[in-house]
Write a protein that binds this ligand. Structure first.
Ligand SMILES: [Zn+2]
Length: 271
């Protein structure tokens, strides 16, 4: 038992140590330097694994609902630069009343059916998906896992990376951004949130979705949170400074949107 655990740990531990010496720091798309111990392919593996766990736990929805979410998600991911290195984005809709969505390293997007009750139209849904894809493009999962590994022993993360289920696996999902479902609520940092907002806003505008819907979305989320807050809000806290940040970038995003529309990028995703 002990031996099995160690042998399972050895590979990710070795990769982790190499990562510490070679890639302890990287730079986000917006120029912020960040901690990144792990190579991209290891994060992609973690993302794939977490997505598989999510799929095991929740039933999927197909049909028109799936077509709608897929239409919005792919319009967004079509705008992701090729150098992000993600060839295919897999999209799933899960049957669950909690308003949650996530995107994982490697190109995995999950949307809970409950989110479709909170987002009022395709543009608001695009704002959520754009934001989540923004977290992936800015390598926020790597930063969170690396910070965790630097501040604790990192053992539980490495166990999770080695394929162990249970609490370690759920903690990993939480770090990657998919954990609200299982009670592992780990809010992204304010810097990460602000970066994901900016990247998401640009992506949605370039895809031809109205970027002003991002502000409606947050106001909408805040209004919903008077009663029981949507799950997504617990990991992506809403505040006035976020809306101000989006406002401040709107002068830049609206022309991107107008340009996309002029180029015929006018998504019409039907619910
Ligand atoms: Zn976020």
């Amino acid at each position: 038992m002990q031996r099995t655990l160690l042998s399972r740990l050895r590979t990710p531990l070795a990769i982790g140590v190499v990562g510490i010496t070679l890639a302890a720091c990287s730079t986000s798309p917006l120029g912020r330097s960040q901690l990144a111990f792990y190579p991209d392919d290891q994060l992609e593996q973690m993302g794939k694994q977490s997505f598989a766990q999510y799929q095991q736990k929740l039933p999927e929805i197909g049909g028109a609902t799936y077509e709608y979410v897929q239409c919005v998600a792919h319009a967004i991911t079509d705008e992701v630069p090729a150098d992000a290195g993600i060839a295919n984005w897999e999209v799933k809709v899960f049957k669950d009343d909690t308003a949650n969505a996530f995107a994982l390293p490697g190109g995995y997007i999950g949307v809970n059916s409950g989110l479709l009750d909170v987002t009022q139209n395709q543009d608001q849904l695009a704002a959520v998906i754009g934001h989540e894809v923004g977290h992936v493009l800015a390598h926020h999962a790597n930063e969170r896992v690396s910070t965790q590994a630097a501040t604790q022993t990192g053992l539980s993360i490495l166990q999770a990376a080695a394929g162990l289920d249970g609490a370690a696996g759920e903690q990993l999902m939480g770090l990657l951004g998919a954990g609200a479902q299982y009670g592992v609520i780990l809010p992204f940092s304010r810097k990460q949130e602000s970066e994901a907002d900016k990247i998401g806003l640009d992506l949605m505008a370039q895809a031809g979705f109205n970027p002003r819907a991002s502000i409606e979305l947050w106001q909408n989320m805040a209004a919903q949170s008077q009663g029981a807050p949507p799950e997504w809000l617990s990991t992506h806290p809403s505040d006035q400074s976020r809306i101000q940040g989006l406002q401040a970038r709107m002068d830049q995003a609206v022309p991107l949107y107008q340009q996309a529309q002029a180029n015929g990028e006018r998504p019409q995703c039907q619910r």
